[in-house]
Design a protein around this ligand. Structure first.
Ligand code: RRO
Length: 330
C-alpha cells in the first residue's frame, strides 16, 4: 500500500509527518525526524531573534498519557538559524529524500513579513531547499498577545499584508504557504476563519488544524498549585484529549475551504487509526506533535506501519481511496 501524498504541490513519501514544536528546535533533533518514516521535516516556529521561552516548569504530561500541557513561550534559535544551509544540511543530510519546511510565528505582523522576506531571499539565492512555509496563527502562550486566529480582524490584516509581499504578488507564489490554525468550537467561527483563508486562496496552499487548545489549566493536587509556571498556569492542551476537537476542525475546514487549499490534520494523533480518521475527515496529510514529544521519532515508523496495516486490511491501495470519504447517516 502507498501512503505517499502531494501536499500543497509538495510530494511527501508519507502522509504522516511532524508538527512544529516538539523536538524541532535544533538540527540534531530534526535529523532524527529526517531519518524516520516522517514524510517531511517541519522546524520549530521561529521568531526574528532567538529566544529562551517561558520559565520552567513549562511542560506537563498527565500520568495516563491522555493529555499534555505546554507554555513553552516560543523558545527557538531565530529564523536565520532555520534557513541556514548548514542547519538544513545537518538536518536533512547531503541528498535529502524528503522536504524540509519552516514555521514562523512572529511577535507582530511586521516580524512575520520580515521573516517571509528573509525566507524569500534565501530561496531566491538558490542556496537551500525550503519546500514550504507554515505561518503559525495560533500560538496561545505569548503573554499579553491574543491568538491571531481568534482575532478575525487581525487575521485578515495579516493575510492582506502577506499577500502584498513581492514573493506572493506574482502569478504564482514563490513557495507554498500553509497556515497553522487554532481550534474553533462554533460554526460561525469556522465560517469566518474559512472565509478569510478562501479570500486569500491565491497565497494559501494548506491549512493545518489544530494547534493546541489554548489556556487550559492543570492542577498539582499535592502542591495545590498550577503544574505550569507562566501565565498563571494557563497553557496549551494537546494529546489524545484534543483528538475529537481536531477531527471536527478538519471536517469543518474541509467542508468550508476552497478545494485548492489542502487541509492538514493535527491534534492527538498517536496511532495509524487516528491518522486514518483524520484522512477520512478530509486531511491530505497528518501532523504528529505530542506523541512525537513523548515517544520520540520512532513514532513516525510505528504510525506509518499501523496506517498501512489498516489500509491493507480495508483494501485501500492509496490515501486518495478514502480521503474525505467519511460516510453519512441516512
Ligand atoms: O512555543 C509555544 O509555547 C507554543 C507555540 Br509557538 C504554539 O504554536 N503552540 C503551542 O502549544 N506552544
Amino acid at each position: 500500500v502507498d501512503i505517499s501524498v502531494t501536499l500543497a504541490g509538495v510530494p511527501l513519501t508519507s502522509c504522516v509527518y511532524n508538527a512544529s514544536g516538539p523536538r524541532t528546535g535544533s538540527s540534531a533533533a530534526m535529523s532524527k525526524i529526517a531519518k524516520s518514516a516522517s514524510g517531511g521535516v517541519l522546524a520549530k516556529s521561529a521568531t526574528i531573534a532567538s529566544q529562551k521561552g517561558n520559565d520552567l516548569p513549562r511542560t506537563w504530561h498527565e500520568d495516563n498519557g491522555k493529555a499534555s500541557l505546554n507554555s513553552e513561550g516560543l523558545p527557538n534559535s531565530g529564523i536565520d538559524y532555520y534557513i541556514d544551509p548548514k542547519t538544513i544540511s545537518e538536518t536533512m543530510g547531503e541528498s535529502p529524500t524528503k522536504p524540509y519546511m519552516v514555521s514562523i510565528s512572529g511577535k507582530n505582523i511586521a516580524d512575520n513579513l520580515q521573516m517571509l522576506q528573509k525566507i524569500s531571499s534565501t530561496i531566491e539565492s538558490g542556496s537551500v531547499n525550503i519546500a514550504a512555509v507554515e505561518l503559525n496563527l495560533a500560538c496561545p502562550n505569548i503573554v499579553g498577545k491574543p491568538t491571531i486566529g481568534y482575532d478575525f480582524e487581525q487575521m485578515e490584516d495579516v493575510m492582506k499584508q502577506v499577500a502584498s509581499l513581492p514573493c506572493f504578488s506574482g502569478s504564482k507564489p514563490l513557495f507554498p504557504l500553509g497556515v497553522k490554525m487554532p481550534p474553533y468550537f462554533d460554526r460561525p467561527h469556522f465560517e469566518m476563519a474559512a472565509a478569510i483563508l478562501n479570500k486569500y486562496k491565491h497565497i494559501v496552499s494548506y491549512a493545518a488544524s489544530i494547534n493546541t487548545i489554548g489556556n487550559a489549566l492543570a492542577i498539582d493536587y499535592h502542591a495545590e498549585m498550577p503544574v505550569i509556571r507562566a501565565k498563571g498556569g494557563f497553557a496549551g492542551l494537546s494529546g489524545p484529549a484534543v483528538k475529537y476537537t481536531a477531527l471536527a476542525n478538519v471536517k469543518q475546514m474541509r467542508e468550508l475551504l476552497d478545494n485548492s487549499i489542502d487541509v492538514v490534520g493535527a491534534g492527538g494523533v498517536q496511532t495509524g487509526r487516528d491518522a486514518f480518521e483524520m484522512i477520512l475527515c478530509g486531511a491530505t496529510a497528518v501532523q504528529v506533535g505530542t506523541c512525537h514529544w513523548t515517544e520520540g521519532p520512532g513514532c513516525f515508523d510505528r504510525i506509518c506501519d499501523e496506517l498501512k496495516a489498516i489500509m491493507k486490511d480495508k483494501g485501500y491501495g492509496n490515501v486518495e481511496d478514502f480521503r474525505g470519504k467519511l460516510k453519512e447517516w441516512s
